[in-house]
Design a protein around this ligand. Sequence first.
Ligand code: ADP
Length: 267
Amino acid sequence: MSDILAQYRIPAEPYYRPVADEVTLFEAAYAAKMPLMLKGPTGCGKTRFVEHMAWWLGKPLVTVACNEDMTASDLVGRFLLDASGTRWQDGPLAFAARHGAICYLDEVVEARQDTTVVIHPLTDKRRALPLEKKGEFLRAHPDFHLVISYNPGYQSLMKDLKQSTKQRFGALDFHYPAHAVESEIVADEAKIDVATADKLVAIAERSRNLKGHGLDEGLSTRMLIHAGELIARGVAPLAACRVALVRPITDDPDMRDALDAAVATFF
Ligand code: ADP
């Protein structure tokens, strides 16, 4: 029989450098069937962590990038018309619940609140998903696990999760790793030497101090890896930082000059 989950299985270990006790806590939450919320700024390792954990636990992973146009049907499923009439198609949430995958809703606050509430019955002891249009009360597979990500610094008041949603989850806090750990990650991922990665991290730290003072977010680990990948391909560090770090993060000329100056201090 063909494995319906084949495309959701993670064949090789995704590189993940643990930062604190997040691996043990995730394992315990998975065993306790406690849904988890990963909180932290963009590009700090949340998605990579879930991929790593899915691989470690040997479970398939269904990832959904949430956006404000997403409807409840996009998560739950809908009837499709085909030559022989209508056919039900599970949405990613129903699919994961039915077959026992980890379902990762990335940036869940981007979804409208009337969409977010469909996850509620899956997060309490019922672990069920009513498929009203289909007339099915879907009970989640024992292996099913729900994980959402959420960037607390970023959304306006209009875009916060409701308390009634938040209080259904355990939460793991993610931050940018400590300097030496982040340098190691950037060096490993971008295939550059640690001394160069160290300089990129130092630039990022300066930018992170500017958060709230002209920058909405500091430079993420992901951006440092982008810069490192250009350097690894022979691009001069100043140009690599301009393209991968400074220009993407700001349109403000003063901020751009301040960040260019920080880059010039290190390279
Ligand atoms: P987000 O928090 O937005 O989900 P990602 O998980 O996509 O961020 O992280 C961005 C990139 O940073 C990853 O692709 C990975 O290369 C790297 N990264 C961040 N933290 C770690 C870590 N602890 N171990 C390994 N790679 C990491």
